[in-house]
Design a binder for this molecule. Structure first.
Ligand code: NIG
Ligand code: FE
Length: 406
């Protein structure tokens, strides 16, 4: 490939500082270059960023892209999605619209378990095509890196098929074997025994991290600890779904085990906020899920003000968040969570990259980082969050190549 020059950009905006995860004041610091260029080498790495007046002399082997009227931000990083599912849940969506609750549908054998049946029936090839289709939708909303979980197979073969489908679409696979207890097992303990004996050895080869749904009707803290400890011993990073409906101790468990994140937190109270703030665990906030289920929003402002590191993600899945758009999530962060556009940007770039173990190569627009960037169709990058559900993204560059444009 040849190099790429993005010239005459209205702005290049990137979280400032280095390292991660960012918290406190650092979460608000965004470096903005006005009337700027961004130069990418022929290996897809950022060479330099700066004002147009400082643009170095460029060789003829460099392609040129006119960025007039556009703002560049780091390619968005969606660190929490469930894209490997068969079927859909539009029927349940319609039932919820007139009063059924998510928990009632799950307890009645619907919810995650209805998606389990459709996912088991899909087959490996269809699952690969499904994840690729959802990846393309995320890309059109500016996401250049996505994590994707299993958790709808709940048997050995389908769990592995889901992880392979995520990897084959270029995603970061997370093994969510402990998502729900499938009907073949009497209880969570027996199911965790099965997962660890029969699925973990191969899941550990395919996935980068393990995840567990700590919730009433799903997994209690003791089974979650046993599952996560075995996954850590097999070399996997640790994530948890916690405090979505009930505080069962997921934050304390995440801290005890050194998890990289605990995700959801809609039900987190003051003690959980304080505990998370004094730990290195990132709180991943999923406001599209809270909105979609009509639940209260997570205590984002309290977390940030207490010093916690937070990330934002879509939670894209067929039941609780049928939403691929991180720009929409950023809008919700600013309108519902009390975050500033700067905090929202850091939360779905550098901090999300940290959750995925990639904060040394993606999530910032600085020399040496991968040239993954999203071009916002406005002369001020904050339109990322300002435009509620609009066509915010003009083009997306992945590793120096234009991967999507309107
Ligand atoms: O993160 N709450 C657990 N898991 C998913 C939802 C899965 C589903 O409803 O299919 C979530 O919201
Ligand atoms: Fe989730």
């Amino acid at each position: 490939m040849s190099g790429l020059l993005l010239r005459d950009l209205a702005q290049v905006a990137t979280p400032a500082g280095d390292g991660g995860p960012l918290r406190g004041r650092a979460l608000r610091e965004v470096a903005v270059h006005e009337r700027a260029y961004l130069l990418i080498d022929d290996e897809g790495t950022i060479m330099s960023v700066g004002a147009m007046r400082d643009l170095p002399r460029i060789g003829s082997d460099v392609d040129d892209l006119d960025g007039s009227g556009l703002s560049a931000i780091p390619g968005l990083v969606d660190c929490h999605t469930h894209p490997a599912f068969g079927g859909d849940r539009v029927h349940e969506f319609a039932l919820r619209a007139v009063g059924a609750t998510y928990e009632e549908l799950l307890a009645g054998g619907g919810g995650i378990l209805s998606t389990m049946h459709a996912t088991r029936a899909a087959g490996a090839e269809a699952l690969r095509a499904i994840v690729a289709r959802h990846r393309d939708a995320m890309l059109a909303h500016g996401t250049t890196t996505f994590e994707g979980k299993s958790g709808y197979g709940l048997d050995r073969d389908t769990e592995l098929e889901q992880l392979e489908a995520v990897a084959s679409a270029g995603g970061v696979p997370t093994w969510l074997g402990a998502h729900a207890v499938p009907p073949e097992f009497d209880d969570a303990t027996a199911y965790v025994d099965f997962l660890l004996a029969e699925v973990l050895p191969e899941a550990a080869e395919l996935a980068e991290a393990a995840d567990v749904f700590v919730e009433r009707g799903a997994f209690g803290v003791d089974d979650a600890r046993r599952y996560l400890e075995a996954c850590a011993s097999a070399g996997l990073g640790l994530r948890l779904h916690g405090d979505q409906f009930t505080e069962l101790g997921a934050i304390a468990l995440a801290i005890e085990l050194g998890a990289s994140s605990v995700d959801h937190l809609e039900a987190t109270g003051a003690d959980g906020v304080a505990a998370l703030a004094s730990s290195s665990v990132v709180g991943v906030l999923l406001p599209a899920s809270a909105l979609f289920l009509g639940r209260s929003m997570p205590p984002a402002r309290e977390l940030v003000d207490a010093g916690a590191a937070i990330a934002l993600a879509t939670d894209f899945n067929p039941g609780s968040a049928f939403c691929e758009s991180l720009p929409l999530v950023c809008s919700l962060a600013c309108t519902q969570l009390g975050l500033s556009p700067e905090e929202a940007l850091a939360a779905c770039t550098v901090n999300a990259a940290w959750v995925l173990g990639r904060s040394g190569s993606i999530g910032r627009l600085v020399p040496g980082f991968d040239a993954d960037l999203t071009l916002i169709d406005a002369p001020d990058w904050r339109h990322l969050a300002y435009h509620l559900g609009g066509q915010t993204v003009a083009a997306v560059v992945c590793k120096g190549e234009v991967a999507w444009r309107r």
